[in-house]
Design a protein around this ligand. Sequence first.
Ligand SMILES: Nc1nc2c(c(=O)[nH]1)N[C@H]1C(S)=C(S)[C@@H](COP(=O)(O)O)O[C@H]1N2
Ligand SMILES: [Mo]
Length: 321
Amino acid sequence: MARIIIDTENHVTPQSAFLSRRQIIQGAGALALTSAGASYSMAAQGKVPGWLDKKVGSTVYRSYSTDEALTDPQDAKQYNNYYEFGTGKDDPYKFAHEFNPYPWEIEVGGECDKPGVISLEDLLSSQMLEERIYRLRCVEAWSMVLPWTGIELGKVLQKFQPNSRAKYVAFETIIRKDEMRGQKDAFSFIDWPYVEGLRLDEAMHPLAFLAVGMYGEALPVQNGAPIRLVVPWKYGFKSIKALVRIRFVEQQPPTTWNLSNAKEYGFYSNVNPDRSHPRWSQATERRIGANGKIKRIPTNLFNGYDEVAGLYDKMDLGTFF
Ligand SMILES: Nc1nc2c(c(=O)[nH]1)N[C@H]1C(S)=C(S)[C@@H](COP(=O)(O)O)O[C@H]1N2
Ligand SMILES: [Mo]
């Protein structure tokens, strides 16, 4: 299939230079239809409401990019971690069609002056979406380069006016046992819902992102539809999918992987080649790239996003892993 190599600019792209992008990506997707099983993701895509499809499809603004080749959309959509659908890498893709995310609401509360329940449509209506190409580094030592469409997390959080007691932000995934078969698994080591958290200043960092699209289209279910967090300088498990609840809190909130194994997974979980996982090195990663090619490359501190270093100035990254 056609390869999409994205240019290296990392400033705002004017609309005229950008217009053909969605067409290019859709062209690639159309070719991908010939691959076995593509009907799963198409079934899920069929439920995307028109307003969302249009909003994602007309995105013209791009504020972060990279000269690294984008991961093949097939790999991004068929090799996933999403334990709500099972622990296999292809389970989320196989069972995504059982979940219907629309319509969707998010509840925002806790230490803030303007708590409330807001529909996805209302949340996005006053926002111009932007596209950002980010590296995603899983703690399992594989990585991808993915084009997300969405909005800056901090801009959304500000609307709810966190108060002076808000020190952390807690996030929750939906519970929908009838549509997410992994949540029915009696032997699951996860205590649903999947929960995550960030320090408030991390959440307010301009790199922290809420994605509603990928490759110029509304987010596939297996990638966290209709809205998920993307925190590119941290291990992938911080980027919680199918977000239904956000709370401003005073104390560091519990997080799913830390609850399951605190020795192996910390609250911070910043990408760090110098701190090995107890069972494997984090010095390198398998980059799943274009052409489905996998190459072994060095891992960088904060996944290469040096602009976040200031958040951890006074912290020992070995202790606060
Ligand atoms: N709710 C929820 N969010 C989740 C997960 C999960 O199992 N459940 N897996 C995480 C992990 S380990 C990774 S690496 C990323 C993978 O995102 P992707 O499948 O879109 O590449 O999602 C994260 N978000
Ligand atoms: Mo991960």
